[in-house]
Design a protein around this ligand. Structure first.
Ligand SMILES: CC(C)(COP(=O)(O)OP(=O)(O)OC[C@H]1O[C@@H](n2cnc3c(N)ncnc32)[C@H](O)[C@@H]1OP(=O)(O)O)[C@@H](O)C(=O)NCCC(=O)NCCS
Length: 174
């Protein structure tokens, strides 16, 4: 199994995460968003040519007041750069085998690369309620961002993990 950037030739038709929106995104939009519109990049976990999971990322920014108080200190008053984890999904056939965590760790490494090359304070994800505990296990904390809430469907919970903490964790267990 390898994790690498999506290629135009990858067969995305068989991917089933159980969430039609996440499956449809991979099948219809991930390619054009990456290759034509440059909106974001998708990384796929591939085993013998079959996509078992994916993570889509894009650069973003976060208002300084939305950061956890401990991180806000000593930072300037303007929005700070982040890596946004826009989508993450694992095929139902490959669940609960550590693949989601592996994809997430891969994304954390992308954030470190981004921080070194262009600037990035951390990874931001709009977590579905049922995935909050999953992100919490890797150190993400909920942010108190209230914009974009809607009564129509459960609002996602913005969660953040700073590059500083990613690096500290890497030093503890390289
Ligand atoms: C969430 C998802 C990506 C997890 O992928 P996965 O490969 O099954 O997860 P892993 O096997 O890597 O699990 C890693 C750890 O998180 C835990 N975990 C996984 N899903 C969890 C959940 N929904 N709630 C709480 N803990 C969870 C596992 O028990 C495991 O714990 P451990 O390290 O102590 O053993 C996957 O369930 C999925 O694709 N769900 C549908 C789409 C979705 O919700 N995506 C997130 C959108 S914000």
């Amino acid at each position: 199994m390898e994790i690498r950037i999506l290629q135009a030739s990858d067969d995305r038709s068989g991917f089933r995460s159980g969430d039609p929106e996440l499956d449809g995104f991979l099948q219809r939009y991930a390619g054009q968003n990456q290759f034509r519109h440059h909106l974001g990049s998708t990384y796929v976990a591939v085993d013998q040519g079959r996509i078992l999971g994916y993570a889509t990322v894009a650069p973003g920014q976060l208002e300084i007041d939305d950061l956890p108080a401990a991180l806000r200190k000593k930072l300037p008053e303007y929005p700070v750069p982040v890596l946004r984890l826009a989508r993450l999904a694992v095929d139902e056939a490959a669940r609960a085998q550590g693949l989601g965590k592996e994809l997430l760790r891969f994304v954390l490494q992308l954030a470190i690369r981004l921080a070194k090359d262009y600037g990035c304070t951390g990874v931001l994800v709009d977590a579905k309620a049922e995935a909050v505990a999953f992100y919490g296990k890797l150190g993400f904390v909920p942010l108190e961002v209230l914009e974009g809430q809607s009564d129509a469907r459960p609002a996602p919970i913005p969660m953040f993990l700073s590059v500083r903490e990613i690096q500290a964790a890497a030093r503890r267990s390289p």
